[in-house]
Write a protein that binds this ligand. Structure first.
Ligand SMILES: Nc1ncnc2c1ncn2[C@@H]1O[C@H](COP(=O)(O)OP(=O)(O)OP(=O)(O)O)[C@@H](O)[C@H]1O
Ligand SMILES: [Mg+2]
Length: 212
């Protein structure tokens, strides 16, 4: 899917966080959104996902503006890895993945759930609840939940912040493979320079503006 961000601006009260952001991502493109802490990465991703409304500008998916209504983007097309993960605490890891599949695609695929958990190295934690996971395991569970719906746009907010070098490498690889498999556009926000090696294009968010 093609994603276009046109003239997006955002303030919290009188504090300007994003100013005149323009960029577009081609179908199947893989792009990093780099920027220091507090530069507005999560705010921008929320706007792109339709979870937050910009003060100015618009976001469109395949030419259709998502306007003020995130539901205008077919939700089965988005896989989102939140910075704060947002796993459902009452459910096991496996049940979190099934729930996402059921809600977003209308059906479940146990073989793909198990294969994804295996590839992320958390198959042995499939029956654990989120509170029983290490931070890195929880992060991989959230990644698994986003990719099991085979999204057409895969968005990840700091997906490797809690991971060591080896897991960072495998998670970067997995996100790229998951995007390849689903023919998805991939956008990853991070301040982790280690991810740069995997991406041909990086956008830099500095003081609320994109410098590419
Ligand atoms: N709901 C809110 N109300 C007021 N200010 C906010 C709100 N959310 C974020 N901010 C402020 O907006 C700025 C950008 O926040 P944001 O979370 O988008 O940055 P970020 O680049 O994702 O940072 P990090 O790398 O630490 O996750 C920060 O200064 C933050 O304090
Ligand atoms: Mg953030």
């Amino acid at each position: 899917m093609q994603l276009a961000i046109r003239g997006v601006g955002l303030s919290y009260g009188d504090r300007r966080v994003l100013s005149d952001i323009w960029f577009s991502l081609d179908p199947r493109e893989r792009v990093l959104l780099l920027g220091p802490s507090g530069s507005g990465k999560s705010s921008l991703l929320n706007i792109i996902c339709g979870l937050q409304t910009p003060d100015e500008g618009s976001v469109s998916v395949d030419g259709v503006s998502i306007g003020n209504n995130g539901d205008a983007v077919p939700k089965q097309h988005m896989g989102i890895i939140f910075q704060t993960l947002r796993l459902v605490s009452a459910l096991t890891v496996r049940a979190n993945l099934f729930l996402a599949q059921r809600l977003q695609t209308g059906s479940t695929d146990a073989a793909y759930v198990d294969a994804t958990l295996d590839r992320l190295g958390i198959a042995d934690r499939a029956n654990a609840r989120p509170c029983e996971l290490s931070q890195g395991e929880a992060q991989r569970a959230a990644i698994a939940r986003a990719v099991v719906v085979k999204p057409q746009i895969l968005i990840a907010d700091e997906p490797t912040s809690a991971l060591d070098h080896a897991n960072t490498e495998s998670v970067a690889q997995l996100l790229i493979e998951a995007a390849d498999e689903a023919d998805a556009t991939l956008l990853i926000a991070t301040h982790d320079d280690r991810l740069k090696a995997h991406f041909a294009r990086a956008l830099s968010l500095q003081e609320g503006r994109i410098e590419s």
